[in-house]
Design a binder for this molecule. Structure first.
Ligand code: DAV
Length: 373
């Protein structure tokens, strides 16, 4: 691969400009997420049941891969170049100087691990032990872009220890009233002693990057992003959704669709003082409709909420991909003037994401705009 004279090989300044190249995740070799200080997976509808460990079944992997491949085909039919992760043995345990974990997770959700910020690839610290080496299935791609185009930047965030002391394990025991009482404190299962963030807690708006404080991103992580990105001309804005007691990843909560328009989660309003950035600049927030599935109807091993419904992928400011069964969301987006494409994707849900989570955009048209002058 060689660089083209015009647009750099790696170029994405927002979530909506015309998509040219993207990585789609793969369920090959996927394992169940282990119980660890930063994660207490539960079998849905079977509270207290032992969560499985080790490899997912060949059938579950095949069902997810069929849908991931379907997404890849749809993207290719729209002239988007699709790349895939390389193989990785997720069933191997990890042992570092600070922790042991029985197995790793999967390469279904590149969004959590890597983010393109302009012409730069940033690898997140990650927040869970089982995901410590999750950048590895994507490194061949990172090297390829980095070797092929000298304009491509590559930044790797400092790896945290993920030792017991990094976490606040009592978080998992707080009763719901306590969570409500603490909702403005932004204290979750990661403490503040080390830099921690998942890439999916960020959302890109040209010069402006939102970063959600969450179970997977702490204040030190946001400080690191601010100090790393602001000298490069970005502005980093911490954001909070106080009614989400288990926040993780912003892309089921606050989803920009095109300049001036955000798909917002009606259960998780953005904190009032952070809303003004949008309203003062003429942005409109539309509320996502009730998802087709209730939380109780989500797949048994899925740790995400019903709001995976709103985890859409934009192909351009006027075309968006939605999960096939989310009819009311499709209608809402069509009413807003979007061309809505659909793919079946529910078998990917148990891997923690939908269409936005399962992708990592490498190249979109456009350049750095200032949407909040
Ligand atoms: O609403 O459960 C899920 C995002 C997973 N990457 C949610 C967020």
């Amino acid at each position: 691969m060689t660089a083209t004279a015009g647009i750099p090989l790696v170029n994405a300044w927002n979530e909506w400009d015309t998509l040219r190249e993207v990585v789609v995740g793969s369920a090959d070799g996927a394992c169940f997420e282990p119980t660890e200080p930063g994660n207490r997976p539960q079998v849905r509808r079977h509270k207290g049941a032992q969560f499985p460990t080790g490899r997912k079944s060949a059938e579950a992997v095949a069902r997810a891969n069929e849908e991931l491949n379907g997404l890849a085909r749809l993207l290719e039919s729209r002239a988007v170049t699709v790349r895939r992760p390389g193989p990785h043995d997720f069933s191997r345990p990890l042992r570092t100087p600070h922790f042991d974990v029985e197995n790793q997770y999967c390469a279904v959700c590149p969004r959590d691990v890597l983010i393109t910020l302009g012409n730069e690839i940033v690898e997140a610290t990650m927040s869970r032990r089982a995901r410590y080496f999750e950048y590895e299935p994507y490194r061949h791609l990172v090297y390829e872009y980095w070797e092929a185009d000298p304009r491509v930047g590559w930044t790797v965030a400092p790896k945290p220890t993920m030792s017991d002391a990094m976490y606040r394990q009592d978080f998992w025991e707080w009763p719901i009233e306590e969570r409500h009482r603490r909702m403005h404190a932004s204290e979750f299962c990661v403490g503040q002693t080390e830099v921690v963030f998942d890439a999916a807690d960020m959302s890109r708006f040209g010069r402006d990057i939102l970063v959600q404080e969450s179970m997977t991103t702490n204040r030190a992580g946001i400080r690191w992003l601010k100090r790393t990105l602001e000298p490069k001309g970005f502005r980093v804005h911490p954001v909070h959704f106080p009614l989400d007691y288990f926040p993780s990843h912003i892309d089921c909560t606050f989803v920009p669709l095109r300049p001036g328009l955000i798909l917002a989660n009606p259960d998780r309003p953005i904190s009032q003082d952070e809303l003004s950035m949008f309203t003062d600049n003429g942005w409109e927030l539309i509320q996502a409709p009730e998802p087709v599935l209730t939380n109780d109807e989500m797949p048994p091993y899925c740790q995400s909420s019903k709001w995976l419904s709103m985890n859409v992928l934009s192909l351009s400011p006027s075309t968006v991909i939605c999960e096939e069964q989310e009819k009311s969301l499709q209608d809402l987006l069509a009413d807003q003037g979007f061309e809505v494409l659909t793919v079946p994707f529910r078998n990917v849900f148990e891997y923690g994401g939908s269409l936005h989570c399962a992708t990592w955009d490498i190249r979109r048209d456009g350049t750095r705009e200032d949407y909040f002058p």
